[in-house]
Design a protein around this ligand. Structure first.
Ligand SMILES: Cc1cc2nc3c(=O)[nH]c(=O)nc-3n(C[C@H](O)[C@H](O)[C@H](O)COP(=O)(O)O)c2cc1C
Length: 178
């Protein structure tokens, strides 16, 4: 049997992003998979741009990656207690592509943040934004890595046993949902 296709989506564009580190850890916990990493570095959504030129190629690529994936894992920081502009912009663009790419797609959501709540408030906003897109959210304990600067070692590995346990449970459930 071919390996499941897993798409990782980071709500932070930063190379050294803790959310990218968390995604790398999620991929390890998921097990064998063909992994693709989404690029959310897209133009800002602008209805005039869409009218003039259609949906940009970078957005079409992202929508195709979502459609082709067996499962999605999305990790995003909160910015000022909300969804990052980068992630919201990507969701808005993808919603303009036909075929409802997120519909029924098993999706695990998590967050890592510098603050004490690990991005919980922003994560709820992400979940709320995914609702009209009809993603199939993996239910279960929230994974909100708080004080992220202290939870990864120099190689980017998550070191906290509690978070690792929640992450493994989530990824097991994601794999089972395919
Ligand atoms: C614009 C902005 C807003 C932020 N707002 C929050 C916040 O609401 N809560 C929080 O815990 N950290 C906040 N932070 C700090 C982030 O948690 C920290 O920069 C984190 O490393 C971002 O995730 P990343 O490492 O994946 O880029 C904010 C950072 C930025 C740049």
């Amino acid at each position: 049997m071919s390996k499941p296709k897993l798409l990782t989506i980071s709500g932070s564009l930063r190379k050294g992003s803790f959310n990218r580190m968390l995604l790398a850890e999620a991929v390890k916990a998921f097990g064998e998979a063909d992994v693709t990493s989404a690029d959310l570095n897209l133009p800002l959504y602008d209805g005039d741009l869409e009218d003039a030129n259609g949906v940009p190629q970078s957005v079409q690529t992202l929508a195709e990656q979502i459609k082709n994936a067996d499962a999605l894992v999305l990790s995003s920081p909160e910015y000022n207690k909300g969804i990052t502009g980068v992630l919201k912009n990507a969701l808005d663009w993808v919603s303009r592509v036909g075929g409802m790419p997120f519909k029924g797609k098993p999706t695990a959501v998590m967050s890592a943040n510098a603050g004490r709540t690990g991005g919980e408030t922003g994560q709820f906003m992400v979940l709320s934004c995914l609702t009209p897109l009809q993603a199939q959210i993996i239910a279960g304990p929230l994974l909100c890595v708080a004080g992220a600067g202290n939870e990864f070692d120099e190689a980017g590995n998550l070191t906290n046993d509690h978070y690792l346990k929640v992450l493994r449970g989530k990824m097991e459930a994601l794999r089972a949902a395919i």
